[in-house]
Design a protein around this ligand. Structure first.
Ligand code: SF4
Length: 284
């Protein structure tokens, strides 16, 4: 009965959101009343940080949805179990030859790095030449920029989890330099490994870096202008899409840095992390 009522509330809020330019807001009192519905079998997690006295409908709707989805056994597992669960996948990736051409050309596979119990997981497209040599994602110039972005968010690399759609470096013609983006077929072939990683890690928030990563993860091809700056979802996990750090290396305009930073501010808000005035004003 309570769940049916909750469905009605969610449906009504979604309708209002679709028909209005600005998302309506729910008061703290309204949220408290929703939280007091005692026949919901799981307790509501802490609500997303209210801004200006209320929660945006989209945040409230996803909050209710996530609160009513029963936690899986996997989500309740301790971090050490998550690390243990990732190991056999790492081994399968290490021995993988599903893309024969990449298995021949790679120096090594690049599985992923970071905290298996992270709240925040970043997804890139594929290893480049530096990653192929070091066996770790995002260690080249773009990776160093990602590390700086993380630092500005008050995260260390070890706090988050970082992985790519593809675990092998896309091959290049002999004698040529640089990197190439993975093909749709390569991404489709390798994607199941990433799906398993996300299933185990169960981050609170996913961040996809660049349109290629989005194509690999969601199977949709859109411009970054259409994708970034708003919440999406992957299997009920909130997904933020932003530019790949390599884009910021090519385009050093402060306005582009600010766009990425605004996306990261949304991520910090979603994770209920404190945000200083200094952080809010970066690149303004
Ligand atoms: S890219 Fe992925 S699927 Fe292809 S060989 Fe490497 S690990 Fe296997």
């Amino acid at each position: 009965m309570a769940e049916a009522a909750l469905d009605l509330v969610v449906a009504a809020l979604e309708t209002i959101r679709e028909k209005s330019d600005r998302a309506p807001r729910a008061s703290k009192a309204a949220l408290a009343r929703l939280q007091s519905i005692d026949s919901i079998s799981v307790s509501l997690p802490a609500a997303p940080k209210p801004s200006e006295g209320g929660l945006e409908t989209s945040a409230l709707v996803s909050h209710i949805h996530s609160a009513t989805v029963p936690q899986t056994e996997r989500q309740l597992r301790p971090p050490s179990d998550k690390a243990d669960l990732l190991e056999p996948i790492r081994e399968r990736v290490r021995a993988c030859t599903k893309c024969a051409h990449l298995a021949c050309s790679r120096t090594q596979t690049v599985f992923g790095v970071g905290n298996p119990a992270a709240d925040l997981m970043f997804i890139g497209e594929a290893p480049g030449v530096d990653e192929d040599q070091q066996g770790e994602p995002f260690v080249g110039r773009a990776g160093q920029l990602l590390t700086r972005i993380l630092k500005a968010m008050n995260f260390a690399r070890e706090d988050v989890y970082i992985a790519n759609i593809l675990k092998c470096r896309p091959d290049m013609p002999p004698g040529s330099f640089g990197n190439r983006p993975p093909t749709p077929t390569e991404m489709q072939t390798c994607r199941p490994y990433l799906v398993e990683q996300i299933e185990i890690i169960q981050p609170a928030v996913l961040v996809a870096l660049g349109a290629v990563a989005v194509e690999g993860l969601l199977g949709i091809r859109r411009t970054m202008r259409e994708l970034r700056g708003r919440w999406h979802a992957y299997n009920d996990i909130p997904l933020m899409i932003t530019y790949h750090p390599a884009y910021l290396l090519r385009n050093q305009a402060p306005s582009e840095k600010r766009k990425v930073w605004e996306d990261m501010l949304l991520v910090l808000e979603r994770l209920e992390r404190p945000i200083s005035d200094r952080q809010r004003n970066y690149f303004l």
